[in-house]
Write a protein that binds this ligand. Structure first.
Ligand SMILES: *Cc1c(COP(=O)(O)O)cnc(C)c1O
Length: 435
């Protein structure tokens, strides 16, 4: 049984990590990849195909990260790769408009109920950063409400109580974020409708926007209740504040039109990333036309990008959305997501482990906590040490789960029922040795 102190990464990954650590902070270009939450050495990836990752030591792993969300069609999908190759052959960037951008904009507007106009950017972080600026510009108000445990990228004003860091009111999670950057950010508890109503009573006409993940993926999978979303819709409408759904993770994931389609609640603005770029760097923000027309050059809110609407990224995103629309995977993903959730639940019950399993479609989390988990207050009490041993046990069994208790796993349409059952069998073996 592997423990965090004797990680299962092979000798080539270990050597690659040594080298990378001399060259990049922590050896990575994004912190979660360093396996800090589970200890040990990260696996270095050679290539990926369908539901599998292949590391540089020659191990094949069933992938439940999917690049943290984008790879809903599986890795290296033939038609997406073909679209990328075709686009790249015509030049990789022009800094001038293309028809392909309008094509992708049309696909997004067609799919996502709240989006009447859209702007393409390069990442989810850029999308949320820009949406907040537009909401403030459009309303002439400063304050925003966010929820503890919701992650919206590394935007200064949103890096308060963002996921695993301490959920303290208005105190930034990172050195380098000034108190000023967070002072107009009000942090409330997720799924607590009453505190939202009270905050609007306390600051009438002063709150520009409420931003949230309608289904949180960044504290493990924690869905909003319908009542919570309905309250947010009502109070923001009454007060003239802008409701922003951050669907960077849930967009094109829990339904083609995202969580807003699944819940039947339409926000004023939506942020997108991950799947919308088909595995290339692309994000988007959009919403009501009157709000989006505040953006330069139609309006006065500044937002720009040298590589925004990049033709290669647009080609990957456009091909991905076309495939998702023409051959909808969502009923299948709901079915196998449910199968995996039930299997993990049975396995943990059989092992006598305190746990709960939460999921929506192809987003699933096994919490090492009896649950249910509605907010960060509950999520933070999970047994993270046990999670670390679970994670490494599964790596040894050839299953690559997210390397943190506070990240949802993602299933792709290339994960067959047989692969799901193989995963459940591996989890049964690993969990039975943990208790
Ligand atoms: C991933 C994520 C982001 C940030 O997107 P990046 O492309 O990593 O900048 C923002 N919001 C949510 C909900 C996310 O899951």
């Amino acid at each position: 049984m592997t423990t965090p102190s004797s990680p299962a990464a092979g000798p080539k990954s270990a050597a690659a990590f040594e080298r990378a650590r001399r060259l990049m902070p922590g050896g990575v270009n994004s912190p979660a990849r360093a396996f800090g939450a589970v200890g040990g050495t990260p696996l270095f990836i050679d290539h990926a195909e369908g539901p599998y990752l292949f590391d540089i030591d020659g191990n094949r792993l069933i992938d439940y990260i999917g690049s943290w969300g984008p790879m809903i069609l599986g890795h290296a999908h033939g038609e997406v790769i073909e679209a990328i190759v075709q686009a790249a052959g015509r030049g990789t960037s022009y800094g001038a408009p293309t028809e392909a951008e309008s094509q992708l904009a049309e696909q997004i507007i067609d799919a996502v109920p709240s989006v009447e106009k859209v702007r393409l950017v390069n990442s989810g972080t850029e999308a949320t950063m820009s949406a907040i600026r537009v909401a403030r510009g459009a309303t002439g108000r400063d304050k925003i409400i966010k929820f503890a445990g919701n992650y919206h990228g590394h935007v200064d004003s949103l890096l308060v109580a963002a996921g695993s860091a301490a959920a303290t009111l208005g105190v930034p999670d990172s050195p380098g974020v000034t108190p000023g950057a967070g002072q107009d950010t009000i942090v409330l508890s997720y799924n607590d409708a009453e505190s939202v109503q009270q905050t609007f009573q306390q600051y009438p006409g002063q709150i520009a926007a409420v931003i949230l993940e309608p289904i949180v993926g960044n504290m493990g999978c924690v869905p909003a209740t319908l009542e919570f979303l309905q309250t947010l819709r009502d109070v923001t409408t009454d007060d003239g504040a802008i409701l922003i759904f951050d669907e960077v993770m849930t967009g094109f994931r829990v339904a083609f039109g995202g969580a807003q389609e699944r819940f039947g609640i339409t926000p004023d603005m939506t942020t997108l990333g991950k799947i919308v770029g088909g595995g290339m760097p692309l994000g988007a923000y959009g919403g009501r036309a009157d709000i989006m027309d505040q953006v330069l050059p139609a309006g006065k809110v500044f937002q720009a990008g040298t590589l925004s609407g990049n033709p290669v990224a647009v080609a990957a995103g456009s091909a991905t959305l076309r495939l998702l629309k023409n051959d909808s995977p969502y009923a299948y993903l709901d079915m196998i997501g449910d199968r995996l959730a039930k299997g993990l639940d049975h396995a943990a019950t059989a092992a006598g482990i305190d746990h709960c399993v939460q999921g929506v479609g192809s987003m699933v989390t096994l919490f090492f906590h009896p649950g249910p988990v509605h907010s960060w207050n509950e999520a933070e009490h999970c047994d993270r040490e046990m999670f670390g041993r679970y994670f490494w046990g599964l790596i040894q069994a050839g299953v690559y789960m997210p390397c943190s208790q506070f990240e949802a796993l993602f299933i792709s349409r290339m994960h067959t029922e047989a692969i799901i059952d193989e995963t459940i069998a591996a989890a049964e073996r690993v969990l039975s040795q943990l208790a």
